[in-house]
Design a protein around this ligand. Structure first.
Ligand code: HSE
Length: 416
């Protein structure tokens, strides 16, 4: 009998059932490529749904006791796909302490408790992998932790939330309302169980915490990410931005400033139509990397959904299978670097601004506006334009001297 990698599964929802399917379909290929038989042997039964049919179909046992998985000597890896912090954190800690490798897609948990869990894994001599936590099916974290080792990254930015990109696409292309677009994203299984995390940019901010660590070696918390979501983004502003030559995208960005410090942000940004990120539609994600060695590169693919995300989970399992074959234990990342953080609001950039034209204090547009184009929108009587480079802080102060409008929209403009 050849080598085996036995899995204990926690979570049989959208991604969990996808993992069952991908593993079953790829079993022979994985065996041929790693020399190891990778299989789910036991799963934690769901208190909400009867999963006996799934267990019977894929040939694994069910238990009501999570500890039975962690204490089972025949299990090598726990795959955690429950999501959120509780009870996932306790489960993963217990699994690692029992010397089980862990594979998870849980970005909330890794972004908030990653260092603590990695310390437990290191002490126990096991691996904690989480490729599927960022970018769904896109191979980004392992690419950063291997291919970029001899390079210096200066910026990593892009579309890292499938739900909001899907919503923005449907709102602009198909004229769907915000609510209908969100319902469709939920029905397709892209959204988090609480979609607030998607629409308010929190899901993307968790991913930027993880990407910042992999790209810059810097451990940050979600509070270090200047975060804005798409709630309150008017279709009129999206359309206006299009007439200026831009698409509005929810962009996560971690970038070096001229003085070498780092800004990390999530928010709606005007992306030039000829930039690769502007062409990304629906639930697809795209992450753009700027570095000294490679210059510019981009990874693109489905950022959410059952099968793509499950494939990333199985990719981590395949690495564990290879490690087992070679008798090694590999950490996911060993990159540590201290870098100062800067406030994104204080870094100069061009901005898109729109506001009600009825609340203007003067007649002529002040010189500091330096609009590329000024638009008077008859329908809702708004002025929209693009400023010269200045910090958002400076812009807000200047706007206060010019208009009393309460509905000012300020969005960053990405340079070409
Ligand atoms: N809710 C997430 C998204 C799932 O829409 O991107 C994948 O992380």
């Amino acid at each position: 009998m050849g080598k085996r990698l036995n899995i204990g599964l926690l979570g049989m929802g959208v991604v969990g059932s996808g993992v069952c399917q991908v593993l079953a379909e790829q079993k022979e290929a994985i065996l041929a490529r790693t020399g190891v038989n990778v299989q789910i042997t036991k799963a934690l039964a769901s208190p909400y749904e009867d999963k006996s049919a799934l267990a019977a179909k894929y040939g694994f046992a069910l238990t009501n006791e999570a500890n039975e998985l962690f204490e089972d000597e025949t299990i090598d890896v726990i795959v955690e796909l429950i999501g959120k912090i509780d009870p996932a954190k306790a489960f993963i800690s217990a699994a690692l302490e029992n010397k089980k490798h862990v594979v998870t897609a849980n970005k909330d948990l890794i972004a908030t408790h990653g260092p603590e869990l990695l310390a437990i894994a290191e002490k126990a001599g096991v691996s904690l992998y989480y490729e599927a936590s960022v970018g769904g099916g896109i191979p980004i974290l392992r690419t950063l932790s291997t291919h970029y080792l001899p390079d210096t990254i200066t910026g990593i930015f892009g579309i890292v939330n499938g739900t909001t990109n899907y919503m923005l696409t449907k709102m602009t292309e198909d004229g769907l309302t915000y609510e209908d677009a969100l319902s469709q994203a939920q029905a397709k299984g892209f959204a988090e169980s609480d979609p607030t995390n998607d629409v308010d940019g929190i899901d993307a901010a968790y991913k930027m915490v993880i990407l910042t660590k992999f790209a810059f070696g810097k451990t940050i918390s979600i509070d270090d990410v200047a975060t804005k979501g798409i709630r309150g983004l008017a279709v009129a502003d999206i359309k206006q931005a299009q007439t200026f030559g831009y698409e509005v995208k929810l962009i996560g960005a971690a970038q070096k400033t001229v003085d070498g410090s780092l800004t990390v942000s999530v928010g709606p940004v005007l992306v030039p139509k000829n930039h690769a990120l502007a062409t990304i539609q629906n639930e697809f994600n795209g992450i753009f990397i700027e570095s000294e060695g490679i210059d510019q590169s981009m990874v693109y693919g489905p950022g959410a959904g059952s099968r793509p995300t499950a494939t990333s989970v199985v990719a981590d399992l395949t690495v564990l299978a290879k490690n087992k074959s070679y008798g090694i234990v590999e950490p996911f990342l060993t990159f540590e670097k201290e870098t100062a953080l800067a406030t994104v609001r204080e870094v100069p950039s061009r901005h898109y601004v729109s506001f009600s034209s009825q609340e203007i204090k003067g007649n002529a547009l002040p010189e500091w506006f330096a609009f590329e184009q000024t638009v008077f929108n008859e329908a809702d009587q708004r002025i929209a334009g693009i400023t010269n480079p200045m910090s958002e802080k400076e812009l807000t102060e200047k706007l206060a001297t010019y208009t009393d409008a309460q509905d000012i929209q300020i969005l960053k403009v990405m340079e070409e």
